[in-house]
Design a protein around this ligand. Structure first.
Ligand SMILES: Cc1ncc(COP(=O)(O)O)c(C=O)c1O
Length: 356
């Protein structure tokens, strides 16, 4: 009897499948995970060296998270009692879902939305209301406003992964104002976009803005995410829900050090935004593709029936992008991250050769 219970559980987990990570191809030009290679390795070396000096890993990082939150508070210009941290924004999203949502709370989101978030909803059997993207990869505000009455939680990745779409600030505010449940705005790509809602949290006690150093700071391997929320939410999250020591000492100290150099991050964001424009404009010249505008550090395009061949041709040249396939009426979607100028040029040359 006991064993049946365990078998059933394991069977259920196996049937969900989980988040599919990109394939590990050694020495490839990695444009598959929306990482930031414009940030030089020098920043990494500097912050890790500083972190090493400031760390004693024989000890638990007592007081470390609080110190990091003070740095985030200065960086964001938001009071520290409205900030929380996590082991990547993945962990923050996971803890919010596992503690605030259940089988009887409905999550309103887009289709597609951030894959990990969707997988976690499946894992916890949280029902989703999913609003599809239009053929030009945009979302309809009115559909969200209509469905919002049936939902308890609103989750929007803003900009959206994988489409790169972001509502205008006016539109998103209409939605935020009208929604009385928990609102999670995931700004993992916020720095590459037109606006952030992090300063507006003080006006909306039900709003949580989740962010990360993985993308704009190019520090995905640190696994450092944070959020801005009303102080009661932040307090409950950090004191009760979050683990006592969610971040390693090295992560905490590296994060503090990186936040002292925001200009390096901002410079890389500017390069990525201008490279994004170049990639979009170049890809748009090919009739073989439908290319969608993006507010993030990646671009989505539909290569129709030839998407698998495009993916393979790039792989053969050592270039790794993300193969997504069908999104709505678009059969052959591929997502390419914006890399350094050289990486992007290699990608565009390989595309030109393929279409040649
Ligand atoms: C929309 C979105 N949110 C969150 C994350 C996760 O970020 P982190 O590295 O902070 O866990 C990603 C990563 O790809 C993402 O695309």
């Amino acid at each position: 009897m006991k064993k049946n219970w365990l078998d059933e559980k394991i069977k259920r987990f196996s049937s969900i499948g989980g988040y599919v990570k990109p394939e590990l191809i050694s020495d490839s030009i990695k444009l598959d995970s929306n990482e930031n290679y414009v940030i030089s390795k020098q920043l990494q070396n500097d912050i890790i060296n500083t972190a090493k000096k400031n760390s004693d890993v024989r000890e638990y990082p007592l007081g470390g998270v609080e110190q990091l939150i003070e740095s985030l508070s200065k960086f964001l210009k938001v009071p520290s009692n409205m900030i929380g941290v996590g082991n990547g924004s993945d962990q923050i999203l996971d803890l919010i879902l596992s503690n605030f949502a259940s089988k009887s709370t409905k999550v309103l989101t887009s289709n597609p939305t951030f894959g990990f978030f969707e997988e976690r909803c499946k894992l916890y059997s949280i029902p989703m209301i999913r609003i599809p993207f239009s053929d030009d990869m945009k979302l309809d505000l009115n559909q969200f406003l209509k469905e919002s009455k049936k939902a308890d939680i609103l989750y929007l990745d803003s900009p959206n992964n994988p489409t790169g779409f972001q509502f205008t600030k006016t539109d998103i505010l209409k939605l935020v104002k009208s929604f009385d449940g928990l609102i999670i705005i995931d700004e993992a790509y916020g720095e590459f976009s037109d606006y952030s809602l992090s300063k507006l949290v003080k006006n909306y006690p039900n709003l949580v803005v989740v962010r990360t150093v993985s993308k704009s700071f190019g520090l995905a391997g640190l696994r450092l995410g944070y959020f801005v929320a009303n102080k009661d939410f932040a307090d409950a999250f950090m004191k009760v829900i979050q683990y006592p020591y969610p971040l390693s000492t090295i992560t905490i100290q590296s994060g503090i050090s990186a936040l002292e150099k925001p200009e390096i991050m901002l410079d890389s964001v500017n390069v990525i935004k201008s490279e994004r424009k170049r990639i979009i404009e170049t890809l748009k010249k090919y009739d073989a593709f439908d290319v969608f505008d993006s507010k993030a550090n990646f671009v989505l395009f539909d290569a129709h029936g030839s998407y698998k061949r495009v993916f393979t041709a790039l792989s053969e040249q050592g270039i790794s992008i993300r193969k997504l396939g069908k999104i709505g009426n678009h059969e052959g979607c591929l997502r390419v991250s914006i890399g350094t100028k050289e990486m992007n040029s290699k990608f565009l040359l390989a595309i030109r050769d393929f279409l040649g």
